[in-house]
Design a protein around this ligand. Sequence first.
Ligand code: BTN
Length: 241
Amino acid sequence: FLVQETSSTQDEARRLAREGFPPGSVVAAERQTAGRGRFPERRWQAEEGKNLLFTIRLDAACARLPALPLRVGAALCRAAIAQAGTIGAAVRPEDIRLKWPNDLLIRGRKAAGILCEAGGEGVFAGIGVNCNQRSFPNGFGATSLALEFGVEVDRWRFLGLFLGALKSELENDDWRAGIEELLWKRGERVTFIPGLPGRGEPVEGRIAGIDPAGSLLIAAEEGAAPLAFAAGELRRARGAS
Ligand code: BTN
Protein backbone atom coordinates (compact mmCIF):
# COMPACT_ATOMS: atom_id res chain seq x y z
CA PHE A 1 0.00 0.00 0.00
CA LEU A 2 1.57 3.33 -1.05
CA VAL A 3 0.42 6.79 0.01
CA GLN A 4 1.86 10.06 -1.24
CA GLU A 5 1.81 11.85 2.09
CA THR A 6 1.07 10.98 5.70
CA SER A 7 2.04 12.24 9.15
CA SER A 8 3.92 8.99 9.84
CA THR A 9 3.57 5.55 8.28
CA GLN A 10 3.27 4.30 11.87
CA ASP A 11 -0.01 6.22 12.26
CA GLU A 12 -1.13 5.16 8.78
CA ALA A 13 -0.45 1.47 9.53
CA ARG A 14 -2.39 1.62 12.80
CA ARG A 15 -5.31 3.24 10.99
CA LEU A 16 -5.25 0.59 8.26
CA ALA A 17 -5.00 -2.17 10.88
CA ARG A 18 -8.20 -0.88 12.47
CA GLU A 19 -9.77 -1.07 9.01
CA GLY A 20 -8.78 -4.71 8.73
CA PHE A 21 -5.40 -4.78 6.98
CA PRO A 22 -3.88 -8.03 8.27
CA PRO A 23 -0.49 -8.72 9.85
CA GLY A 24 2.14 -8.77 7.11
CA SER A 25 0.67 -5.65 5.44
CA VAL A 26 3.09 -2.91 4.48
CA VAL A 27 2.30 0.77 4.08
CA ALA A 28 4.83 3.09 2.46
CA ALA A 29 4.78 6.86 1.97
CA GLU A 30 6.65 9.17 -0.37
CA ARG A 31 6.59 11.90 2.27
CA GLN A 32 6.01 12.11 6.02
CA THR A 33 5.13 15.36 7.73
CA ALA A 34 5.96 14.05 11.22
CA GLY A 35 8.25 11.04 10.74
CA ARG A 36 9.27 9.68 14.13
CA GLY A 37 12.68 8.50 15.27
CA ARG A 38 13.40 6.19 18.18
CA PHE A 39 13.72 9.15 20.51
CA PRO A 40 11.22 12.03 20.68
CA GLU A 41 13.83 14.68 19.92
CA ARG A 42 14.97 12.84 16.79
CA ARG A 43 12.58 13.38 13.92
CA TRP A 44 13.09 11.28 10.79
CA GLN A 45 13.54 13.54 7.81
CA ALA A 46 13.80 12.39 4.22
CA GLU A 47 13.57 13.95 0.78
CA GLU A 48 10.28 13.19 -0.93
CA GLY A 49 10.21 10.32 -3.42
CA LYS A 50 13.85 9.26 -2.98
CA ASN A 51 13.74 6.88 -0.05
CA LEU A 52 11.82 4.08 1.57
CA LEU A 53 9.57 5.11 4.43
CA PHE A 54 7.36 2.25 5.47
CA THR A 55 5.74 0.32 8.29
CA ILE A 56 5.05 -3.36 8.40
CA ARG A 57 2.33 -4.62 10.69
CA LEU A 58 3.52 -7.77 12.43
CA ASP A 59 1.48 -10.32 14.30
CA ALA A 60 0.93 -9.49 17.98
CA ALA A 61 2.79 -12.72 18.83
CA CYS A 62 5.97 -11.10 17.44
CA ALA A 63 6.04 -8.87 20.53
CA ARG A 64 7.09 -11.97 22.47
CA LEU A 65 9.94 -12.86 20.12
CA PRO A 66 13.32 -12.17 21.66
CA ALA A 67 15.34 -9.39 20.06
CA LEU A 68 12.66 -8.36 17.57
CA PRO A 69 14.20 -4.95 16.67
CA LEU A 70 17.61 -6.60 16.21
CA ARG A 71 16.13 -9.17 13.87
CA VAL A 72 14.45 -6.45 11.83
CA GLY A 73 17.81 -4.67 11.67
CA ALA A 74 19.55 -7.87 10.61
CA ALA A 75 17.03 -8.26 7.78
CA LEU A 76 17.89 -4.75 6.60
CA CYS A 77 21.60 -5.63 6.58
CA ARG A 78 20.95 -8.82 4.63
CA ALA A 79 18.82 -6.96 2.08
CA ALA A 80 21.56 -4.34 1.62
CA ILE A 81 24.25 -7.02 1.25
CA ALA A 82 22.12 -8.92 -1.29
CA GLN A 83 21.30 -5.82 -3.32
CA ALA A 84 24.93 -4.65 -3.30
CA GLY A 85 25.99 -8.09 -4.51
CA THR A 86 23.53 -8.30 -7.39
CA ILE A 87 24.30 -4.84 -8.77
CA GLY A 88 28.07 -5.15 -8.35
CA ALA A 89 28.14 -2.19 -5.96
CA ALA A 90 31.42 -0.70 -4.79
CA VAL A 91 30.95 -1.95 -1.24
CA ARG A 92 32.00 -5.15 0.55
CA PRO A 93 29.57 -7.19 2.68
CA GLU A 94 31.71 -6.43 5.75
CA ASP A 95 31.14 -2.69 5.17
CA ILE A 96 27.42 -3.26 5.84
CA ARG A 97 26.82 -3.62 9.55
CA LEU A 98 24.15 -3.58 12.22
CA LYS A 99 24.77 -1.00 14.90
CA TRP A 100 23.13 -2.30 18.05
CA PRO A 101 20.24 -2.14 18.59
CA ASN A 102 19.00 -1.58 15.04
CA ASP A 103 20.70 0.93 12.75
CA LEU A 104 21.97 -0.09 9.34
CA LEU A 105 25.46 1.33 8.88
CA ILE A 106 27.42 1.33 5.66
CA ARG A 107 31.09 2.19 6.10
CA GLY A 108 30.19 3.50 9.55
CA ARG A 109 27.45 5.86 8.36
CA LYS A 110 23.75 5.42 9.03
CA ALA A 111 21.68 4.41 6.01
CA ALA A 112 18.52 3.21 7.79
CA GLY A 113 16.75 3.30 11.14
CA ILE A 114 13.98 1.29 12.76
CA LEU A 115 11.24 2.19 15.19
CA CYS A 116 9.31 -0.75 16.66
CA GLU A 117 6.07 0.11 18.45
CA ALA A 118 3.77 -2.46 20.05
CA GLY A 119 0.22 -2.24 21.32
CA GLY A 120 -3.34 -2.21 20.10
CA GLU A 121 -3.48 -4.14 16.86
CA GLY A 122 -0.05 -5.72 17.15
CA VAL A 123 3.52 -4.73 16.48
CA PHE A 124 4.41 -2.00 14.01
CA ALA A 125 7.94 -1.98 12.65
CA GLY A 126 8.62 1.39 11.01
CA ILE A 127 11.62 1.61 8.77
CA GLY A 128 13.31 4.49 7.04
CA VAL A 129 15.94 3.61 4.43
CA ASN A 130 17.93 6.35 2.73
CA CYS A 131 17.96 5.05 -0.83
CA ASN A 132 18.62 7.64 -3.52
CA GLN A 133 18.94 10.82 -1.45
CA ARG A 134 22.42 12.27 -1.95
CA SER A 135 22.71 15.15 0.50
CA PHE A 136 21.98 15.21 4.21
CA PRO A 137 21.94 18.79 5.44
CA ASN A 138 21.15 18.00 9.08
CA GLY A 139 22.11 14.36 9.18
CA PHE A 140 25.43 14.10 10.93
CA GLY A 141 26.87 10.75 9.92
CA ALA A 142 24.03 9.91 7.53
CA THR A 143 24.41 8.26 4.16
CA SER A 144 22.31 6.46 1.55
CA LEU A 145 22.50 3.25 -0.44
CA ALA A 146 23.12 5.24 -3.64
CA LEU A 147 26.00 7.19 -2.10
CA GLU A 148 27.66 4.05 -0.79
CA PHE A 149 26.88 1.74 -3.71
CA GLY A 150 27.91 4.33 -6.29
CA VAL A 151 24.68 3.84 -8.30
CA GLU A 152 20.95 4.58 -7.98
CA VAL A 153 19.05 1.76 -6.34
CA ASP A 154 15.67 0.25 -7.09
CA ARG A 155 13.75 1.04 -3.85
CA TRP A 156 11.04 -1.53 -4.40
CA ARG A 157 13.58 -4.25 -5.09
CA PHE A 158 15.21 -3.40 -1.77
CA LEU A 159 11.82 -3.64 -0.06
CA GLY A 160 11.24 -7.08 -1.60
CA LEU A 161 14.66 -8.29 -0.47
CA PHE A 162 14.02 -6.95 3.01
CA LEU A 163 10.62 -8.65 3.36
CA GLY A 164 12.14 -11.99 2.29
CA ALA A 165 15.02 -11.57 4.74
CA LEU A 166 12.65 -10.55 7.54
CA LYS A 167 10.57 -13.69 7.10
CA SER A 168 13.69 -15.87 7.44
CA GLU A 169 14.99 -13.84 10.38
CA LEU A 170 11.67 -14.14 12.29
CA GLU A 171 11.41 -17.88 11.61
CA ASN A 172 15.00 -18.55 12.67
CA ASP A 173 15.20 -19.80 16.27
CA ASP A 174 18.95 -19.79 15.92
CA TRP A 175 19.16 -16.05 15.23
CA ARG A 176 21.88 -15.10 17.66
CA ALA A 177 25.12 -16.18 15.98
CA GLY A 178 24.07 -14.76 12.61
CA ILE A 179 23.29 -11.41 14.16
CA GLU A 180 26.54 -11.33 16.14
CA GLU A 181 28.40 -11.70 12.86
CA LEU A 182 26.69 -8.58 11.53
CA LEU A 183 27.38 -6.43 14.60
CA TRP A 184 29.20 -3.16 14.02
CA LYS A 185 32.45 -3.02 16.06
CA ARG A 186 32.10 -6.57 17.35
CA GLY A 187 35.23 -7.40 19.35
CA GLU A 188 36.34 -3.76 19.33
CA ARG A 189 36.49 -1.12 22.03
CA VAL A 190 33.53 1.26 22.19
CA THR A 191 31.87 3.74 24.50
CA PHE A 192 28.36 2.78 25.56
CA ILE A 193 25.85 5.14 27.16
CA PRO A 194 23.30 2.99 29.00
CA GLY A 195 19.59 3.84 29.17
CA LEU A 196 17.95 6.90 27.67
CA PRO A 197 20.05 9.36 25.66
CA GLY A 198 22.08 11.74 27.78
CA ARG A 199 21.17 10.02 31.06
CA GLY A 200 23.58 7.16 31.77
CA GLU A 201 27.22 7.13 32.80
CA PRO A 202 29.38 6.06 29.82
CA VAL A 203 30.88 2.57 29.95
CA GLU A 204 34.08 1.83 28.01
CA GLY A 205 34.68 -1.71 26.86
CA ARG A 206 34.80 -4.27 24.08
CA ILE A 207 31.65 -5.53 22.34
CA ALA A 208 31.48 -9.21 23.28
CA GLY A 209 28.19 -10.04 21.51
CA ILE A 210 24.53 -10.21 22.42
CA ASP A 211 22.74 -12.33 25.02
CA PRO A 212 19.68 -14.58 24.39
CA ALA A 213 17.35 -11.62 24.98
CA GLY A 214 19.21 -9.44 22.49
CA SER A 215 20.91 -7.26 25.12
CA LEU A 216 24.33 -5.94 24.19
CA LEU A 217 27.27 -7.56 25.99
CA ILE A 218 30.15 -5.26 26.84
CA ALA A 219 33.36 -6.57 28.42
CA ALA A 220 34.54 -3.61 30.44
CA GLU A 221 37.60 -5.46 31.74
CA GLU A 222 39.57 -8.24 30.12
CA GLY A 223 38.75 -11.61 31.70
CA ALA A 224 35.72 -10.30 33.64
CA ALA A 225 32.17 -11.40 32.76
CA PRO A 226 30.62 -9.00 30.23
CA LEU A 227 27.82 -6.67 31.32
CA ALA A 228 24.45 -6.93 29.52
CA PHE A 229 22.59 -3.77 28.49
CA ALA A 230 18.98 -3.80 27.28
CA ALA A 231 18.95 -0.13 26.24
CA GLY A 232 21.43 2.57 25.42
CA GLU A 233 23.54 4.01 22.68
CA LEU A 234 26.84 2.91 21.18
CA ARG A 235 29.56 5.33 20.26
CA ARG A 236 33.03 4.86 18.85
CA ALA A 237 35.61 4.64 21.64
CA ARG A 238 37.48 7.88 22.21
CA GLY A 239 40.35 8.10 19.76
CA ALA A 240 39.04 5.22 17.59
CA SER A 241 38.44 5.60 13.85
C1 BTN B 1 15.60 5.94 14.26
O1 BTN B 1 16.67 5.65 13.73
O2 BTN B 1 15.52 6.73 15.21
C2 BTN B 1 14.35 5.27 13.73
C3 BTN B 1 13.84 5.95 12.51
C4 BTN B 1 12.60 5.30 11.94
C5 BTN B 1 12.01 6.10 10.79
C6 BTN B 1 10.89 5.39 10.10
S1 BTN B 1 10.42 6.19 8.60
C7 BTN B 1 9.01 5.16 8.46
C8 BTN B 1 8.47 4.96 9.86
N1 BTN B 1 7.53 6.01 10.18
C9 BTN B 1 7.98 6.83 11.15
O3 BTN B 1 7.38 7.83 11.58
N2 BTN B 1 9.19 6.42 11.58
C10 BTN B 1 9.60 5.21 10.87
